[in-house]
Design a protein. Structure first.
Length: 259
């Protein structure tokens, strides 16, 4: 039976018995990496596969015109809640990532986290990103990194048809760069990130939630140890080997002028 990531997987995922405060965010990595590279004030930015759209909310707070696109109504419900909580305006769009409802050369920045890996032919998504981006515009692709225990666990669950999204792949920094180049982009920056809190804790928390036990989202048992662990993690992430060791790799790339 051929597995695929379908709308139903995501509607079911986002409507599980939890509210916005029970869902992990991205530790602010997306807006952090964007804001240190770009001035987004008055720029048109679009998050594809926005889910809770909390990253888009932060960019809106920093002056961007933020578009949050997803094909899951349950995800857009959470995105609306996130925007209302922050008191910012998001343009919420229910749409297909492979047929974006925007004209060519209209967007300054397109970004997606946890999206590209769900397409068996990721070049189709990147080509559509390139279509709507202005010449010289930027795409950010943030995906699971290949060499990590997360990938091993994921592959085992997929083999037993137990992965929540049906199917998913992963990338190395090199393979992601090659994909972007083939789609008409020039890579300009890369970063890597580790799980925080750890993958083991997240798995434990998910298992216990199924039996009605809710652990804290981000536990701090011994503050000095927690801070030291955070400093060590940040040091590795910011090193040249960070993108090859973390569970996440993200690459910024500019649309080539002749694309």
């Amino acid at each position: 039976m051929k597995r695929a990531s379908e709308r139903k997987h995501w509607d079911d995922f986002w409507k599980r018995d939890r509210d916005l405060d029970e869902i992990y965010d991205n530790d602010g990595r997306i807006p952090e990496e964007i804001l240190k590279r770009m001035d987004i004030k008055d720029s048109i930015v679009m998050e594809v596969g926005a889910a809770t759209a909390r990253d888009s909310v932060v960019l809106a707070e920093n002056g961007a015109v933020s578009i949050a696109l997803d094909y899951s109504h349950e995800a857009l419900r959470l995105a609306r809640e996130a925007a209302e909580r922050a008191g910012v305006r998001l343009l919420l769009v229910c749409g297909d990532a492979l047929a974006l409802p925007f004209k060519e050369n209209s967007i300054d920045l397109v970004f997606h986290q946890g999206v590209l890996e769900h397409f068996r032919d990721p070049s189709m998504l990147l080509s559509e990103n390139a279509r709507v981006l202005k010449r010289g515009g930027t795409v950010l692709a943030d995906v699971p990194q290949t060499i990590h225990i997360y990938t091993v666990i994921k592959k085992i669950l997929i083999a037993f048809n137990a992965w929540f999204a049906g199917w998913e792949t992963q990338f190395t920094p090199r393979s992601l760069s090659i994909l972007l180049e083939k789609a008409g982009f020039e890579p300009t920056g890369v970063y890597g990130r580790f799980f925080s809190p750890s993958l083991a804790y997240r798995i434990l928390r998910e298992v216990l939630m199924k039996v009605g036990i809710r652990l804290p989202l981000r536990p701090v048992l011994i503050p000095p140890v927690h801070r030291l662990r955070g400093k060590i993690r940040k040091c590795i992430e910011n090193s040249p080997t960070g993108p090859n060791l973390g569970y996440i790799v993200g690459i910024f790339a500019e649309k080539k002028e002749d694309s």
